[in-house]
Design a protein around this ligand. Structure first.
Ligand code: ATP
Length: 292
């Protein structure tokens, strides 16, 4: 079932994805990379509304609507068409996306939107597609889709298709900060040119935010150097976050340029986010917490 209903409109959350760590182990012959990552979700993201309609339509509003395609190239539209084809569905749907997440940001916004649309349309069209077929369809749309569709914190391996549910994580306060420059994932991987990292075991279970930050210390984001070479302000974001009172750990998410910092408490996180916005008016910065 959906996550909230209003006069036939059902709302699905499309939360920001955060890679608490991201190790790039190798490049495969098909050009994709083998990774290992702990993916968690923030209590902040886009919202996707779905309602019954004769044809398939898509509208995009919200702070980042201007930089998202509104035509068939939008990943939400592509996801809807793929699902309709798999189901032989001829009914349409009116899909409305509220784009709160920056684009090409390392937060998997497009993947989150597409996953929310797949959940919404599966409900609307009463899909009987087996779970594994829906996951396979999702993976064809993007490597981050399977974990976004699963919707819970997970250890991710392979190119993003091998998921293991992570033990419940603390709802740690975090700040997300982005220097206001889009950075396409493909560029960051292309610029990596063989600088791979070593594999580590999955993060052990942690009991609170302090243990989460200290346990994460030996883990890495292997795309950081590549991203900084392409967008030097990523380094400024990282040092700004690390210097904030109450910051326990600052790291880049995904292929960047968005970085996150874990904080001791929510007021410290809120103060850091407002300081970031005041000191760097071109940045996007918000305080939120990890989704439990
Ligand atoms: P990742 O964390 O997987 O690297 P990202 O946050 O860097 O993802 P997205 O915001 O998902 O990247 O956008 C990547 C590209 O997809 C952009 O160039 C954008 O134009 C395109 N795109 C298509 N549909 C959407 C959508 N609904 N939301 C965001 N971007 C979209």
């Amino acid at each position: 079932m959906g996550e909230g209903a209003r006069a036939g409109v059902v709302e699905y959350q499309a939360p920001a994805k955060i890679n608490l760590y991201l190790h790039v182990l190798d490049r495969r012959d098909d050009g994709y990379h083998d990774i290992e990552s702990l993916v968690v979700f923030a209590a902040f993201g886009d919202v996707v509304e779905v309602r019954a309609a004769r044809s398939l339509t898509l509208s995009v509003t919200g702070p980042f609507a201007d930089v998202v395609p509104k035509d068939e190239s939008n990943i939400v539209h592509r996801a809807a068409c793929r699902l309709a084809a798999a189901l032989g569905e001829t009914r349409g749907a009116a899909i409305a996306v509220t784009k709160n997440l920056p684009v090409a940001a390392g937060l998997g916004g497009g993947s989150a939107d597409a996953a929310a649309a797949l959940r919404g349309l599966s409900d609307l069209w009463q899909s009987d597609l087996p779970r594994n077929e829906l996951q396979a369809l999702a993976l064809e749309l993007g490597a981050d889709l399977p974990v976004c569709l699963a919707g819970h914190a997970a250890f991710v391996r392979g190119v993003g298709e091998r998921l293991r549910v992570a033990a419940e994580l603390p709802a740690a306060p975090i700040v997300l900060a982005n220097p206001g420059v889009p950075l396409p994932t493909a560029q960051v991987f292309a610029n990596l040119s063989g600088r791979f990292g070593a594999s580590l075991s999955d993060l052990p279970a942690v009991r609170d935010g302090a243990a989460l930050a200290s346990s994460l210390a030996p883990y890495r984001n292997d795309l950081t150097t590549s991203a900084i070479e392409l967008v030097p302000s990523v380094a400024t974001v990282l040092s700004f976050l690390a210097d904030q009172p109450g910051a326990r750990l600052a790291r880049m998410s995904g292929s960047g340029p968005t970085c996150f910092a874990l904080f001791t408490d929510a007021p410290a996180a809120r103060r850091a986010a407002s300081r970031a916005r005041a000191a760097y008016p071109g940045w996007w910065a918000i305080a939120t917490h990890l989704a439990p």
